[in-house]
Design a protein around this ligand. Sequence first.
Ligand SMILES: [Zn+2]
Ligand SMILES: [Zn+2]
Length: 242
Amino acid sequence: MKTIKSIISHAVSFVFPITCSLCSTDLPRGAKQRVCPSCFEGLTKNDGLICKKCGVFLPDGGEHCYACLKDRKRFSFDTLRSPYVYQDGVRKLILKFKYSGRMFLTKEFENSLADTAVKNNFHNLTECIIPVPLNFVRRVKRGYNQAELLAFGAASKISKPVYTNVLYRKKITKPQFKLAKSARIENVKNSFLVKNIELIKNKNILLIDDVATTGATLSTCAAALKLAGAKKVFALTLARDM
Ligand SMILES: [Zn+2]
Ligand SMILES: [Zn+2]
């Protein structure tokens, strides 16, 4: 017997059909995904030749990118991996996810994140997940932290605890996308604070965010966590900007 809830949801989807978040074609009634299979397949994957350390695409192959080769201590995280390249459809979806309240898009992304975690053995190497935090004001304004949604989505697939009471933003940093690359590194320096240290002492951590551009935010988070006693910090983002 149909519940009232399912009757209402059928009626709503009849009046307002669910459409693909990229190409706007109608999706089948009751569809869980909000991106059509063809758009989803078309997203640019970051699974070719990449830097062993920072995950950046290497058009000419090799083990490391030039910057990581030149400075092995460039980043405080141990490895960064991302299932997608931050361009075209991926970029559009992440912007909707982040700024247009399209929280349902977590569903599209959590499998990709979990798959990348498993492919890189992060599920065995780490003991807990920590999302990159937003500062308090931005968190309240947006109503959600996209990194936190991704972290919980991925955690449900790889069975790890998610700690949202460990890493905090210390001061209000300007949104990274408004700054030039060099200014971004300065912007995040010393901007994170670690609480409840006992949760992460001698643990290996999986740090999750939506996008990695310079890697500066992830590196600063990893440095703060390690300073507080964490052993290794592996970073996982949905997309890698090149
Ligand atoms: Zn589509
Ligand atoms: Zn690199």
